[in-house]
Design a protein around this ligand. Sequence first.
Ligand code: ATP
Length: 238
Amino acid sequence: MSDTLLRIEDLHAGYGDFVAVDSASLEVKKGGIVALIGINGAGKTTLMNTVAGLHKPSSGKVYFKDEEITALSADRIVAKGLSLVPQGGRCFTRMSVQDNLLMGSFPKTARKNAKAMLARVYELFPDLEQMKQRPAGNLSGGQRQMVAIGRALMGSPECLIFDEISLGLSPVVINDIYRIIKRINKEENTSIILIEQDIRRALKTSDAFYVMLKGKVVLSGKSDEVDPETLKKAYFGI
Ligand code: ATP
């Protein structure tokens, strides 16, 4: 088996006639962290939603663990080990924190491990254990984001996609969440894709980066070798 976990080949996706993702290709190594950056509307969310089975591509292929997953439903993709944490930490607001977390263990393989995974989620997010009986709707934005991450972890993912996890959160909470993301990567060897507006943080956290502009991948490389001028030009298209 290769050391590539996720491979996106020549993907196109859009909304009606509008092309939001235009021939995007991208690779994620096993245990790697990839930053996906680009201005608003560049197509990052559409690309990742398409990979996660939440949006249908018009053409192109997605391979996960050397198996094509392009045509699969979102649930089946989660069951295979790829999960997306959407923007804004969406939760079932009337359900308790714990029930929200347990919703993440629906894949058959994850159900067997639900108890151990729940303990692991509470180890990573001790605050959530304190609040486990509270309705998720009563939590702060940062706590809801933690529930959303915990729910994704309950499925024992091998690859986790975070869509703008920092959006609307305080710097302290963002630091906490990033510390936990790095722990998940190191301790579980989970590959990570970060869609992130904070370019410095994204590059500091990742091994590799991709820049999108107008639906295309316009630059990619190793995060510690990026030339700031080249990055700026690619990012803004100047
Ligand atoms: P952001 O950082 O703002 O989330 P993004 O890089 O993730 O931006 P997308 O959200 O994928 O970009 O949007 C790509 C393009 O597709 C944008 O021009 C956007 O207006 C358009 N778009 C996104 N969602 C829809 C939709 N549901 N219907 C129509 N057009 C959409």
